[in-house]
Design a protein around this ligand. Sequence first.
Ligand code: SAM
Length: 190
Amino acid sequence: GYRARSAYKLKQLDRELELLPYGATVVDLGAAPGGWMQVAAEEVGSGGRVVGVDLQRIDDIEDVPAAVETVRGDMTEDDTKAEVREVAGGDVDVVVSDMAPNMTGEYNLDQARSVYLAQQALATARDLLTPGGHFAVKVFEGPDFDAFVEDVEESFSFVRVTSPDASRESSSELYVVGKNYVNAPVAAGD
Ligand code: SAM
């Protein structure tokens, strides 16, 4: 079994959009307790690597074929970003983020924080991904959502917004998936 039900969301994104190629190196942001890491490790297999990052401690992940490492830290801080870059090493093929803010119950605040975390994830993807790499990020629907999707479109040649069945119960949660990372932003009119 998986550590978190959210594991099935990543499984579904992978099934629909082929996010997790065999042998890939995956960076997983907001990874605790480790459900997505378990799924990613299964999919990338023995040739792959998974680096999970979270504010919270992530218990060791055992009995998976891939090499697994964890970093504890805050992805809004440069120190953590630098540590992740170092642990992940060179060629990162996939960046996924399930980061979510601590819920205050005030939707506008929680939603704004969710967009901010998604922007941090996109910046990390732009920093780490090898050309052709993939990205998936959870974002709450609301103000700035469309602008965020436009930002993703600047760096990926294929972008999809999806609400996996496994998250149907909380309809404000969407996943933005970018495939085929293109190094330089695509200039308008080119
Ligand atoms: N995908 C995970 C799984 O399958 O086990 C569940 C992730 S949970 C929905 C969201 C996580 O985002 C929490 O563990 C939280 O600590 C983490 N998080 C929120 N803000 C963060 C930040 N600034 N840096 C790192 N992790 C963060």
